[in-house]
Structure formats: C-alpha cells, structure tokens
Design a protein. Structure first.
Length: 286
C-alpha cells in the first residue's frame, strides 16, 4: 500500500463566482451536492465558504450553519473545514462568532496579516486590493477559541512568516498536536510557487506536524505534485482554480478532485478516506 494522501476540496472561495465558472456552488443545497460529488471522486475533506444567493460572501452565522449542516447531512462521512476568513470586510467578531455557533470539526486559521489583491498580470493594473488583517493577538484569540470548542485549526500560511508566527505562539498551549498547516501559493500579496520556496516552508514546520498545499490558478497542479513528493497532502477546488490542465473550465469540483487522484496514484500514493484523514489530522468526527 502506498502512503495515504489527504485530498481536500475547497468548494468555493471569497472571490470565485458563477460568472467565472457556472458550476460554482452558492446555496447550501449546491454546496452539499458539490461536496458529495467531491467525496465520491476521492476527497476526504471539504473546505467551505458560505455564499448568499446573490453571490456575496455571507457573514450571517445562520446561513453559514445552514451551509455546514447541509454538507454534513448529505455526506456525513466528510470532514468539514469551515473558513474563519469570511471575505473582505468581515470583522473579527463576525469571523469568530460563526465558528463558536457552528463548531465545525476543522477550520482555517490565517496566520499573518497580508496584502490580498487581484491584479491584471498583463497590464499590472490592480483590480482589487485590501489588507487581510490577522494580527497576532487575534490569531491567538482564534486559536484559543477553537481549542475551547474542539475545532481543529488548519494553519493557513501564504509565506514563511505565517509559520514563524506559529512558532512565536506555540508556547501558549492553544495548539495541540498534531499541528496541521496549509501552504497557499499564488495569491497576489503572498508567495508565488517556487520549488525552493516550498521546501523552505516544509522545512520550517515542526517535525511532527502535517502539511497540505494548494495553488491559485495554473499553479494548482505543480503545487500539489510537489506537496505529495515532499510527504504532504493536497487541496484542489473551485476556490483556487476554475480550470482543468488543458484550459477548459472544470465541470465541477469533482473533476478537479478526479485529476488530483490521478496525480496521487501516479506518484505511488493512495487517497485517504475521511476516517484515515481524521487519524492523520487528529480530529474527532462530528
């Protein structure tokens, strides 16, 4: 048997919309069906943003819980990893209150303040630009709250500074082993994917920690390939990338997962089941 690789599917993000790919899920029902198809394709975990019917990012805890519960009702086997970001303009209070209301099995925990932008790479025009605020006191507060409600954090790191922030805060006792990192490459304001940069991040985490990785746009495929080769796990999905390697729009999240499975198996590994992923990540099924 090959090494078990956890495939996470990020169903929709704060910026992916139906006008970019019509298969992007918004409603709780659409999210639930997208998650189920991703599970059938080989995903062990789904990462979920809640979206209003008009395509705006939801900060309403009731809508967020509805989205979470719909996914769990349709596919109870899955690990559901909810975002703690919620999108541009969300307050720290809104970001934390929805986690304490939903109490998901896992949640993202963004580890550093950073620029978060959209840029026309041909012209250099800045299309969207804001500061994604994650000051250390807030990171510490979120980590403490997640520990109190039994939600396992996935530490989102867009550059090595996010990992260093973990080391600064590790003595707080708010992070329990195994610590789980997700490296994000390709966001304008974070690190672009470079093999040497990936190795630097992998070398910076604790030896007993886990890591996954994802890449924006066409960086998705080389990023997950290197993650597997380095002993890590992978994330794909319409939040990060709306196209297949041939440039065609993905027919759904499931098609991106199917291609991830092909890469995992081509490298001599096997997709982990949700229960196998729980043992690796140290979570308890909810």
């Amino acid at each position: 048997m090959g090494r078990k690789v956890i495939i996470t599917c990020a169903l929709v993000g704060s910026a992916t919309r139906k006008n970019q790919n019509p298969n992007t899920p918004y409603s709780p029902k659409e999210l639930a069906e997208a998650a189920h198809l991703a599970y059938k394709a080989g995903a062990a975990m789904v990462h979920v943003h809640s979206i209003e019917d008009d395509g705006t990012n939801s900060t309403r805890k009731e809508r967020i819980k509805e989205s979470h519960d719909a996914v769990k009702a349709r596919t109870p086997e899955l690990i559901v990893n909810m975002t703690s970001a919620l999108g541009m303009g969300a307050t720290p209070e809104q970001r934390l209150a929805q986690l304490e209301y939903v109490k998901p099995e896992m949640s993202s925990l963004n580890m550093a303040t950073m620029n978060f932008a959209g840029v026309n790479r041909k012209t250099g025009e800045v299309l969207v630009d804001y500061t994604f605020e994650n000051p250390l006191n807030m990171v510490a507060d979120f980590a403490r709250a997640m520990k109190n409600i039994g939600t396992k954090p996935e530490l989102e790191c867009y550059a090595t500074g996010g990992i260093d922030n973990y080391h600064f805060l590790a003595g707080s006792g708010n992070f329990t082993d195994p610590v789980n990192f997700n490296f994000v490459f390709g966001v304008c304001g974070g690190a672009a994917f470079r093999p040497s940069g990936f190795l630097a991040m992998a070398d910076a985490i604790p030896r007993n920690a886990n890591f996954s990785a994802c890449g924006v746009g066409n960086e998705e495929w080389p990023v997950i390939t290197q993650s597997i080769l380095c002993g890590g796990h992978v994330r794909v999905g319409l939040e990060d990338n709306i196209r297949m390697p041939n440039g065609e729009l993905a027919k759904g999240n499931y098609e991106l997962v199917e291609h991830a499975v092909r890469i995992v198996e081509a490298l001599g590994c096997e997709p982990a089941t949700p229960d196998e992923a729980r043992k690796i990540f140290g979570t308890i099924k909810r």
